[in-house]
Design a protein around this ligand. Structure first.
Ligand code: SF4
Length: 425
């Protein structure tokens, strides 16, 4: 027997809302879904009239629903926003190339300008190339750090007032759980904020902060929105996955647990002395950083120098590794200079230390040094030094890294993982 819509609109219910358990018809569900987001936006004062806003678009369900809903609300409530799409191409074959096609479809459907920035253009590396270099263990650390900065760069290029990301209620509840499980109180203090970003940076806002993931999927399904739902080919089995599984189990028993966890995070009283490092400007790339040199620059330096562990873990460790590397390279350059110097002297027949510098090999030139014997010996010496200092180019895969870092904000991708920036950025 059909159940009437709980709003009393006279239609039959078509669904049961995961968040409230209400039986609603499709139209009343759309209205409730959109109105809640409108309240989140107005209560949180996320936008000002006339703002240009970049919607971080991955082609996944969250960013697609975010773009669609912002367009709808902008027209319905006359926010006066100038909306545009900003996408990052990480260079992941079989995943991002396909999802970017969905973003282009969003651009056409929602009539919003689209800007795509690629890791290859910004950093000289695609994620495919990074994974070939570092293996599959810390790939999301590189990807998340580069994406965060790439979004900042894109937003600066577009001249927007803020970046709207598709973090939903499930993502935020998961992050609260993770920070509790890791004892990361400084991040716990910040992770429920609806607007993030320090002074001088372009803020990020989360209009879907109180929107359940299940309802986002329902909305996209009933609205027949085009989105991409394949998981990233490099998605790891990260610690966050366990927090997500725990949350899903809890939600089955008590659907309000998602809102309850967010509420706990928001209202928790944390000692004032617990703070995150203050933000400043990276001395190299001039983008925001908590260190003298930002994480993206350190990771990039590691990749370019064949030291992929650089930047994984504490910054003091990275500094030490870099100092050791530079010291080794200086030593190596000195040795090569010495060897070159010796060769020049040998070829010119100059005396060294009062002795005539002649080849004393019995097998090649008997002292007339016209052969390459000495050069070969010198080359093998250089090669052994290159080996010793790990400075030689090699086709061998670099060993997998032990240090797993899982960033607060999760993966941007439509993959549904939360390695770096959350589902749909
Ligand atoms: Fe990047 Fe996300 Fe894929 Fe990790 S799972 S490599 S963060 S797109």
């Amino acid at each position: 027997m059909p159940v009437p819509c709980g709003t009393g609109c006279g239609k039959n219910a078509a669904l049961k809302r995961p968040k409230t358990g209400d039986a609603l018809c499709k139209e009343c569900f759309f209205w409730a879904f959109e109105t809640e987001i409108h309240f989140t936006i107005t209560k949180g004062e996320l936008f000002k009239r006339g703002d240009s806003v970049a919607v971080a678009a991955s082609g996944g369900k969250d960013s697609t629903v975010l773009a669609h809903t912002l367009k709808t609300l902008n027209e319905r409530y006359d926010y006066g926003l100038n909306l545009m799409l900003l996408s990052i191409d990480e260079g992941i074959t079989g995943y991002r190339d396909d999802s970017l096609e969905t973003v282009k479809q969003n651009r056409d459907d929602y009539e919003m300008p689209l800007k795509i920035l690629s890791y290859k253009d910004l950093y000289g590396w695609t994620m495919d190339e990074i994974v070939a270099q570092i293996g599959r263990k810390n790939n999301c650390t590189f990807c998340g750090v580069f994406r965060r900065q790439a979004l900042d760069r894109g937003a600066a290029l577009l001249g927007v007032k803020c970046i709207a990301t598709g973090h939903n209620a499930d993502d935020i509840a998961e992050t609260v759980l993770m920070n509790v499980l890791r004892g990361d109180i400084a991040r716990l203090k910040r992770c429920t904020a609806i607007t993030t970003g320090s002074e001088g940076t372009i803020p990020r806002v989360k209009p879907l902060k109180y929107t359940y993931e299940k309802e986002i999927v329902m909305y996209a399904h009933y609205k027949k929105l085009v989105y991409f739902s394949t998981e990233c080919v490099f998605a790891p089995n990260a610690y966050r996955g366990h927090a997500r599984a725990l949350l899903k189990d809890l939600e089955k028993i008590r659907p309000t647990c998602i809102m309850d966890i967010i509420y706990s995070g928001e209202t928790m009283s944390i000692k004032e002395e617990v703070t995150l490092p203050s933000q400043r400007i990276c001395t190299r790339c001039k983008f925001v950083s908590s260190q003298e040199v930002c994480k993206a620059c350190v990771l990039l330096e590691g990749l370019n120098k064949g030291l992929p562990k650089l930047g994984i873990g504490k910054s003091s460790k990275a500094k030490k590794m870099l100092e050791e590397y530079n010291a080794r390279q200086n030593t190596l350059e000195q040795v090569i200079d010495d060897l070159n110097d010796t060769n020049i002297k040998k070829k010119s027949g100059k005396k060294r230390n009062g002795l005539t510098d002649k080849c004393n090999s019995k097998t090649c030139c008997s002292g007339n040094c016209n052969s390459t014997q000495n050069n070969m010996e010198d080359n093998s010496k250089i090669n052994s030094l290159l080996d010793e200092y790990s400075l030689k180019e090699t086709d061998k895969p670099v060993q997998q890294l032990n240090d797993v870092s899982d960033d607060e904000e999760g993966c941007s991708s439509s993959c549904g993982r939360l390695g770096g920036l959350g589902v749909g950025f």
